[in-house]
Design a protein around this ligand. Sequence first.
Ligand code: NDP
Length: 292
Amino acid sequence: MVAQRLDGKACAAEVEEELLIRITACKEKGIKPHLAVIIVGDDPASHVYVGSKVRACERLGIQSTHIELSADSTEEQVRDAIFSLNEQTGLHGILVQSPLPNHMDEEALTDLIDPVKDVDGFHPQNLGRLVQGRLDGMLPCTPSGVMRMLSWAGIETEGKTAVILGRSRIVGMPQSLLLGAKGIDSTVTVAHSRTKNTADLCANADIVIAAVGRPEMVTADWIKEGAVVVDVGINRVDDSTRERGWRLAGDVHPDVASKASWLSPVPGGVGPMTIAMLMENTVRAAEQSYTV
Ligand code: NDP
């Protein structure tokens, strides 16, 4: 079997087309969706991600505000920036780019974002709604992007067994809640660094979602013939054959394509979907600003 490509770039392009219609409707009501991104420090990967988000805003006609703070800023300075953005009318979404410097408490800062502007979906109020099975609010962008991609490809989830590799607040845990939610109806197992029989769990799964951060950890012998495999991982690995000396690798080995029915590529899979879902959350927040 050769896996079909779970093409996040193509799916994201369709999401953007739908968003353009909604953004036009917002503008007709005098509202221009507006996203603010706070970035602290000079982690090169974070600056690349923020650049992609700003470019997506430009493509869609969403206003973006970019707040850069130096790595030695205090937590109080970030807090003040969040409070000021919370107060700003006409600003609909706030995102604090992860990771923050080690001297800052990322979760505590996320808690300060007004939940209606929490376009990352990490505020306890929004995660709590997800735990309650309410899927109509601000959902975390990466896992909701995975769900959109599965639905776009017509992949059946009801009654399927799914293994999620990773239990982070950002990806693995909300992903497990989404896949197991009523109406999506997969039976979910969450594996983490202490799980003993990870390969065996994967070998029995209809759907495997890898969100670990270990390059090409999931190999073809872990995967059942015909399984759907989603690779969330983005890892930079040394590669002397490339001029720049490195390449991006997922958490899934490319050989998995010989066993899986569907496989998402890295890059071009979950990454573009994460950004598309961020744009959608921003547009939703803007729409809510005139419907409430
Ligand atoms: P974290 O480091 O927060 O979490 C990693 C998870 O993997 C943890 O739950 C950890 O377990 C688990 N883990 C570690 N080793 C193993 C193992 N051997 N077997 C099973 N589970 C293991 O990472 P994130 O969730 O933030 O990100 C995961 C990956 O996804 C990264 O490569 C990241 O770059 C990428 N990513 C991609 C995005 C995209 O848009 N495509 C967006 C966000 C992340 P434990 O809890 O026990 O430590």
